[in-house]
Write a protein that binds this ligand. Structure first.
Ligand SMILES: [Zn+2]
Length: 469
């Protein structure tokens, strides 16, 4: 090799060595510096901020967001935003905390079956939709759930509690995928498999296959030991909450064992209980929340108040909601339609009465959409937020409806230290609507700005803002 070439070659080797050293020492140092640099800051300005705790309105308002948290809230002149902050001006819009759906089913999208089929199956509405959800491909199911999760978020639902019907690990895996930024969606509190006694769901299955099918969706309780074991199985799956369905087969000692075991791991227990006897089982076992609760008596509401048990109202089918979902899909014979309309009216009167009694009792309350239906013409988010107005129609003041889907829901979930209000230190989950949600609660169905964890998900007011100052 000629001397000149060797010199060039040595020089080249030296450069390579320096580049390697730079890669080894300098780049990690730069990366560390980047990690230490302050998180990105955003200043959100709007005409009004509604505080669900007090009903007070701050107008105008500015909210400084740093990283995924709220740093400051005040009138624009009070906020000291750093230079280079990104400004989002929402004009005259009203800001609220991100909405919380306390009871949903992202892994169900049941298509209403025709009336004849419902009449001829012992399981009514749940066959065949419920069965199909279990026996179809879990991969197909989780991709559908990812879509429904995104649709919830786009409608301003920044947190959901997914209470069962998601296969063995669907909701815990979707939660983790969303948290890792792989797919967009709300923050999920996942219950994993629902604890049930044999006999509630999907009865009349082929006996040779029944256990294999049921185990895909449920953990069967039979006795106190099995109840504890079921909780531990869900804990192994890293769930956030335990969901139990109470019926006449579930005993107080079984449910009390579930509650004790769950509380040992700091998990709350949500109990599906519709009839008076099941509600009493849930109260006696000191559940954390009672889901649905349609037949609660005044004496039971008093006990719930005294024990601090949440009443999670699910007015999904209030005021003929079933017909709204079913009519675009199935032919309903006129006589059946008339009977359904009559029973909807009866149920509406009962629900108006229930909502008034819950408010009077002082029991803690929240609400959940319990949405598990394919709702023609609506995204899952639109279908879910469309249930909130039912509480208003049942006589609940608008501010209490807003509390039910923000601050109250946050407390029910055990997340009051992180979500549910807009104040310094909380996670930066914000939504904005164009009008005044107190005078028109359906504004919650038309959320036009969504921020979750400090990231803008949606901004229909974008023409007004986004400038850097
Ligand atoms: Zn449900």
């Amino acid at each position: 090799m000629p001397a000149m070439t060797r010199q060039v070659s040595n020089w080249f080797l030296f450069l390579c060595l320096m580049a390697t050293l730079a890669a080894l020492f300098l780049l990690p140092a730069l990366a560390a510096q980047a990690a230490q640099s302050p998180p990105s800051a955003t200043l959100v300005k709007a005409g009004r901020l509604l505080d669900p705790r007090t009903g007070n309105v701050l107008a105008p308002v500015a909210i400084l967001v740093e990283g995924n948290k709220i740093k400051q809230v005040g009138s624009p002149s009070q906020i000291s935003a750093p230079g280079g902050v990104k400004v989002i001006d929402l004009g005259s819009a009203t800001l609220l905390p991100g909405l919380i759906d306390g009871h949903t089913h992202l892994f169900l999208d049941i298509i209403v079956s025709n009336e004849t089929e419902q009449d001829r199956h012992a399981n009514g509405l749940f066959a065949p939709g419920m069965l199909l959800a279990i026996v179809e491909s879990p991969s197909k199911r989780v991709l559908m759930a990812a879509q429904l999760a995104r649709e919830d978020l786009e409608s301003g639902i920044t947190t959901v509690r997914n209470l069962g019907h998601s296969g063995i690990d669907g909701d815990t895996e979707l939660r983790d995928a969303i948290n890792a930024g792989r797919v967009p969606g709300p923050r999920i509190l996942a219950s994993g498999r629902k604890l049930i006694t044999r006999g509630i769901y999907v009865q009349n299955l082929n006996p040779a296959l029944a256990d294999a099918i049921l185990q895909q969706e449920f953990l069967l309780i039979a006795g106190v030991d099995r109840a504890r074991e079921a909780v531990r199985q869900n804990e192994f799956q890293n769930v956030d909450v335990i969901k139990v369905s109470a019926d006449e087969n579930l005993t107080v000692p079984e449910l009390a064992a579930v509650v004790e075991e769950a509380h040992r791991q700091h998990l709350k227990v949500a109990v599906h209980a519709v009839d008076t006897a099941s509600i009493q089982t849930a109260i006696d076992a000191s559940a954390d929340s009672i889901e649905h609760g349609n037949e609660a008596t005044d004496a039971q509401l008093k006990q719930m108040h005294e024990k601090g048990i949440f009443f999670d109202l699910t007015p999904t089918f209030y005021g003929g909601g079933y017909l709204k979902i079913a009519e675009p899909i199935i032919v309903i014979p006129p006589a059946t339609r008339a009977e359904r309309a009559r029973s909807a009216e009866r149920r509406k009167q009962n629900y108006d009465d229930l909502v008034q009694r819950v408010l009077k009792s002082g029991a803690k309350f929240s609400t959940g959409s319990d949405m598990c239906w394919f709702y023609p013409g609506k995204t899952r988010g639109q279908a879910s937020t469309a249930t909130f107005v039912h509480l208003r129609e049942a006589g609940m003041p608008a501010l209490d409806v807003i509390r039910a889907v923000t601050i109250n829901a946050a407390e029910m979930l055990g997340w009051a230290d992180r979500i549910g209000v807009v104040e310094a230190g909380k996670l930066a989950d914000l939504v904005a609507v164009a009008g005044d949600p107190i005078s028109e609660i359906t504004e919650l169905e038309r959320v036009r700005f969504v921020m979750k964890d400090g990231k803008v998900i949606r901004n229909d007011f974008a023409s007004n803002g986004g400038a850097t100052r």
